[in-house]
Structure formats: C-alpha cells, structure tokens
Write a protein that binds this ligand. Structure first.
Ligand code: NDP
Length: 303
C-alpha cells in the first residue's frame, strides 16, 4: 500500500511543480511526483495545472515566473505551443520538436524534453536493450514518434523505418529530423508494405494512439513479429494489454507497455529540477505510485 505524507509538510517554504495540459483528469503525474518528493525529503508539492487554451497557457507561464515553481511538465495539447513562451530551449527539445518539461530559476524559463530520455531509459533498464547499432521500426508520425526518433538517432541506432497511416506525415518527419540522422539509414514504409522492415527489426515501437481504446487492433499484424524482438507500446494505463503487446507476448517476444517510459520521463524531469546527481529520482517508488493509481482506477466499485 502507498502511504502519503498528506499535506502536513506544506509551509511557507514549499516549492511548487505541476503539469499543464487539457484535459488532465487521468494524469498519473501528481501521484508519481509527490511520491518521489516524499521519498527524497523534498519540500515540494506537485499539482495539476489545467488550462483550456493557449491564452490560459500564456497566463500560466507568466504566473510561474513570479511564483516559487521549480518547474512544470507540459502534456497534450501544448507541447509545441509552450515553446514560444520560453526563454531558452534545450537541444534535445529542439530535436524532438516539443517541450514536456520546463525549469524555472529567477523568472527564467528553460524548455526540455525528457520523453526521449524516458524511452531510452525504459529500453535500457526495463529490458536491458541498448539501441546502439540496432534496427528499429517506429509506428506513428505524431509528437511521440518525433521524440522517439530524435532520441533513438542520438542513441546511435543503425536504421529506422517510420511507418504511418498518413505517408506524407512520415515523410515530413524524416525530412525535418535530417540534421540528426548522422550515419543512420532513415526511411519510411506504408503500413501494408512494412513486412520486411518489421521482420528485420530488433525493436518495434508503437507510437500511434492505436491501442488506447478497447477493441483497437494492433497497428501491424502480430504474425509479422518474432520472439527475438523487443516490442514497446507507448500506450499505457489501459485495463488490458493492447492487441500488439498481447500478440507479442503470445509469440514469446519481450513486450513493454508505455508505463516504464512515463515513469522514466517523470524521473528525468525531477532530476533536472533538483540538479542532484547524488539523489536521483526514485524510479521504483514512482512506478509503484503510478500502478497504485491505475489499480484504484480499474478496481470494480464496491457494493
Ligand atoms: P499524435 O496525435 O501526435 O499522433 C497520433 C499518431 O497515431 C499518428 O501517427 C496517427 O497517424 C496515428 N493514428 C491515430 N489513429 C490511428 C489509427 N486508427 N490507425 C493508424 N494510426 C493511427 O499523438 P502522440 O504522438 O502524442 O501520442 C501517440 C501515443 O503515444 C498515444 O497513445 C500517447 O498516449 C502515447 N504516448 C505515451 C508516452 C509515454 O510516456 N508512454 C509519451 C507520449 C505519448 P496519422 O498521422 O495517419 O493520423
């Protein structure tokens, strides 16, 4: 059972953090962050900061400059819109084309992207997978796919194939990230034409939103997968494994859902805000807090 220290520690010196986006009803971030702050003994508190539109986002950014915020996270639909409200943006955020973490010091706002770090950490620590020299198929060409592409290229993958329903978006994504391709071969394939790339891949990542709703099909036929592969589905927080993960596990492949990536990106944000290499954010505690929240969400109502 997760026990919380409640609100007794909040006093005149408490620092603030939070997550902005819309809607935020289902966010797991407050549970993960507050559990981590308690474990680290930080006098911080993390809150949902929902804003309805970009006008609200601008007001929030202005308020953060005046208040004792260590920073805040940014989720859908503002990961791009926030960029114009910041003073500086990290190289990782420029490569990812999005900001999911903002740090604040003396009114100066710096944008970061920890989604990519979160993905790489999840692959390394949760599956022992080093992307260096590997062949990857990336399903999707939205915001999450772009962040994943940038992070995997910087981790030294040998090749990437981007597979998306809208082929033009996949081609745009490959063209926009050209400065970060280095020696990797980066190409696109239509979903119906991706059999070879999927068969040859060491890692297949689902960065489409397929799998979020009950009854969603797998973004590629699961028969194309093989037991030697690692499959990571970015979808998380569903009551049942997605069709992709279920099929991959049935075949004997290693299959991760998106919860590990979510935990690692949140932990990386805390590491930026605390700037403490000696006390990294407690990943295991954060994962337990997220799982407890999901368990409570899916537990049948008691009569
Ligand atoms: P976007 O809306 O930016 O992109 C959605 C992508 O899904 C597009 O490539 C779109 O293809 C594709 N897609 C949507 N519906 C279908 C469908 N019916 N069939 C095939 N493809 C489809 O979303 P994001 O990139 O922000 O998020 C994608 C997923 O990643 C979500 O499930 C999100 O929750 C998850 N995510 C998880 C994170 C984590 O930490 N685990 C972090 C960030 C995101 P098209 O271009 O053809 O429309």
């Amino acid at each position: 059972m997760i026990r919380s220290r409640g609100t007794a520690h909040i006093n005149g010196s408490t620092k603030l953090a939070g997550v902005t986006g819309w809607p935020l009803e289902h966010t797991l971030s407050p549970a993960m962050h507050n559990a981590a702050y308690e474990e680290l003994g930080l006098n911080w508190v993390y809150m949902p900061l929902p804003v309805r539109d970009e006008h609200g986002l601008a007001h929030l950014a202005a308020a953060v400059r005046e208040l004792p915020f260590v920073g805040f996270n940014v989720t859908m639909p503002y990961k791009q819109a926030i960029v114009g409200l910041l003073d500086e943006v990290s190289e990782a955020a420029v490569a990812a084309g999005a900001v999911n973490t903002v740090s604040q010091a003396e009114g100066w706002l710096i944008g970061h992207n920890t989604d990519g770090v979160g993905l790489i950490e999840a692959l390394r620590t949760d599956a022992g997978f080093d992307p260096l020299g590997k062949r990857v198929v990336l399903l999707g060409a939205g915001g999450a796919a772009r962040g994943a592409l940038a992070a995997l290229l910087s981790a030294g993958v040998e090749s990437m194939t981007v597979v998306n329903r809208d082929g033009r978006k996949a081609a745009d994504l490959v063209a926009e990230t050209e400065p970060w391709h280095r020696s990797a071969a980066v190409e696109t394939a239509a979903p119906d034409n991706a059999l070879c790339a999927v068969r040859e891949a060491d890692l297949v990542i689902n960065a489409t939103s397929l799998g979020m709703r009950p009854g969603d099909q797998s973004p590629v036929p699961v028969e194309w997968l093989s037991p030697r592969q690692l499959i990571l589905d970015m979808v998380y927080g569903t009551p049942r494994p997605t069709a992709l993960l279920e099929g991959a596990r049935f075949l004997g492949a290693t299959a991760l859902d998106g919860l590990g990536m979510l935990v690692h990106q949140a932990a990386a944000a805390i590491d930026i805000w605390s700037a403490s290499e000696d006390s990294p954010a407690p990943r295991a505690v954060m994962r337990r807090a997220a799982e407890a929240q999901l368990d409570a969400r899916f537990r049948p109502e008691e009569a």
